[in-house]
Write a protein that binds this ligand. Structure first.
Ligand code: PGA
Length: 254
């Protein structure tokens, strides 16, 4: 029997939280309040500048993520941070290809290289994909397929289960309402179908997350009825009670 994967909840702080003290308080609070959860891996992805001070707070349950890496490992790339830098801070996950970065010009080619760099350094890449319009003709399906194909172009069949796919419809990010759980389910099935087409029917599936307007009230329904393995959370990851509310509700799912 296949090993049951734990659920995964990632908090993407984006460009928020402005003091080290605040960052440490947030992570310490998340750790304390989620002590009783059992079935959920928790990740906090702060801005790079906090990784050094948060390194000491990570545990088996709460790990550190980064929000980006550069596509090369070392060299003359002013202002960039590489996967190799992150390894010393116990960073275990890195968000790659978030729509907010794609919107600022990050290309598919660069995203695919970043995924490979992360895997080379044993950091789990979280590949973000998602359409800007969920049109009636289903054009978004081809779009998602091509984002998967290019993002995963350097990932072998052996490596695919070490990747996390975060499906985030762009129209739901920062919005009031999340995608409904039926649609999330359709998309999770579709992503699995694409992965099988790429790697064969016997492939070990990567974990698939949903992101976009997740909160403590909708988290359980989205994961349970949307049949996803977890959530990528933006705004609601910035306060202990909101983020832990999401984690606890996901953790209740059998
Ligand atoms: P949100 O952001 O939860 O604030 O909608 C999600 C994301 O960008 O990952």
């Amino acid at each position: 029997m296949a090993l049951k994967k734990k659920k995964l909840v990632i908090g993407n702080w984006k460009m928020n939280i402005f003091t080290t003290k605040e960052a440490e308080k947030l992570v310490a609070g998340i750790k304390k309040e989620s002590l009783k959860t059992k079935n959920t891996d928790i990740v906090v992805a702060p801005p790079f500048v906090y990784l050094a001070s948060l390194k000491g707070l990570v545990s088996k349950k709460v790990s550190l993520g980064a929000q980006n890496i550069f596509e090369e490992t070392a060299g003359s790339y002013t202002g960039e941070v590489s996967a190799q830098h992150l390894t010393q801070f116990k960073v275990s996950y890195v968000i790659i290809g978030h729509s907010e970065r794609r919107a600022r010009g990050e290309s598919d080619a660069s995203i695919s290289k970043k995924i490979v760099r992360a895997l080379e350094h044993k950091i789990t890449p979280v590949l973000c994909i998602g359409e800007s319009v969920h049109d009636d003709h289903g054009e978004y399906l081809d779009f998602i397929k091509s984002q998967l194909a290019s993002g995963l172009s350097g990932v072998s069949k052996m490596q695919i289960s070490d990747v996390v796919i975060a499906y985030e419809p762009i129209w739901a990010i920062g919005a009031k309402e999340a995608m409904n759980s039926n649609q999330v389910h359709e998309m999770s099935l579709y992503i699995q179908k694409c992965i099988k087409e790429m790697y064969g029917a016997m492939v070990m599936m990567p974990r698939i997350l949903y992101g976009g307007a997740v909160n403590a009230d909708n988290a359980r329904e989205i994961v349970d009825r949307g049949y996803v393995d977890g959530l990528l959370v933006g705004r609601e990851s910035l306060k202990v009670e909101n983020f832990v509310g999401i984690i606890k509700n996901v953790d209740l799912i059998k």
